[in-house]
Design a binder for this molecule. Structure first.
Ligand code: ZN
Ligand code: ZN
Length: 343
């Protein structure tokens, strides 16, 4: 960790205002509230959803705001009412930045659906910084054996794909396609393979074919060379298509490849609506759905399963001051496969 000019100050990267890009600033090290902890950040992944903050597309954000919701670090201070966590523990913080415990979804333990839920890096400052403070219910324990930089993307890209797949209804042996071989997709392929699904990777061109097969895909479909929906249908029809690349046309092109009871589950978020024919959905009981990451325990499940099965994110690392470069590479689809900032 790079040293600040004195102990009470830290370096951070903030978005000064909507559309304002990223600026390196010096800030006071934050003090944890009574039910919060302070985390010394080792690594923070750069997610496509950070664009919602930079571009001003997320409601209710109080700028300037420090982005970053794929955080791995070490607790270095705890609030006075925190007794389940202690300084020195290695933790992760993801998209889900806390919940209210009292709304109707919370009363049913459905914390990701909390009506007053907090999003890390949107409702409070995130991990593009040397330190952040976060509610204790947002913490996941990081198992030994996971490197902080390769584990960071598991806190959003990882938990989102893992949690979507394990709640998809697919069973071992079912045909599961992963659309897109990028930040989310390269993890989705590994989880699908580890879950025992017959795994299909779908991407444009042949560049990612070998890699997708190395990650555990049983089949590779080049969506430029062949109609990907037809290709899936010829394999028997998919039980699940996990839509990871934020491209509406690419997701639509796979709906025709769903089998009986097949589900397209979007986890990447295209800027445009999906346009799909309804008749096959009705006749084959198909559905088009979405899935939102998970809560802190889901994140910890993801980390534990990843450690058990040796699943890691392939990453490029950047110092804090190069956060803007890391963000641009992510946005342009050039990152292989997740850009990670190391404050
Ligand atoms: Zn994310
Ligand atoms: Zn709630």
């Amino acid at each position: 960790m790079s040293a600040s000019t004195d102990d009470d100050r830290m370096r951070a990267v903030q978005v000064p205002e909507a559309g304002g890009g990223f600026e390196v600033v010096e800030r006071d090290v934050p003090e944890p509230g009574p039910e919060e902890v302070r985390v010394a950040v080792d690594a923070c992944g750069v997610c496509h959803s950070d664009a919602f903050l930079e571009e001003g597309q997320w409601p209710g954000v109080d700028y300037p705001r420090i982005p970053g919701h794929e955080v791995v670090g070490e607790i270095d201070a705890v609030g006075e009412r925190v007794d389940a966590w202690t300084a020195g523990e290695r933790v992760g913080v993801g998209w889900h930045g806390g919940h209210c415990f009292t709304c109707e979804p919370c009363r049913r333990d459905d914390f990701i659906a909390c009506e007053n839920g907090r999003v890390t890096g949107f409702d409070h400052d995130g991990g593009y910084a040397e330190y952040l403070t976060t509610p204790q219910e947002s913490l996941a324990r990081v198992p030994d054996g996971l490197a902080p930089d390769a584990a960071a993307p598991l806190l959003c890209a990882g938990v989102t794909t893992y949690n979507a797949l394990r709640n998809s209804g697919a069973k071992p042996g079912d045909l599961v396609a992963v659309q897109g071989v990028g930040g989310l997709g390269h993890l989705g392929i590994q989880y699908a393979h580890a879950a025992g699904f017959e795994t299909v990777a779908v991407s444009r061109g042949t560049e990612k074919r070998e890699l997708a097969l190395d990650l555990g895909a049983d089949h590779y479909v080049d969506s430029e060379a062949t109609d990907p929906g037809t290709a899936l249908a010829e394999l028997g029809g998919a039980r699940v298509v996990l839509g990871t690349a934020p491209n509406a046309a690419a997701m639509e092109s796979l709906v025709g490849g769903l089998g009986v009871d097949g589900r397209l589950i979007a986890v990447g978020i295209p800027g445009e609506p999906l346009d799909v024919p309804v008749q096959p959905l009705v006749q084959q009981r198909q559905s088009v759905a979405g899935w939102p990451s998970g809560d802190a325990r889901d994140s910890q499940d993801t980390l534990e399963f990843s450690a058990l099965r040796g699943i890691e994110s392939t990453i490029e690392t950047y110092p804090l001051g190069d956060a803007g470069t890391a963000y641009e590479r992510m946005l342009d689809g050039d990152a292989r496969f997740r850009a990670v900032i190391e404050p």
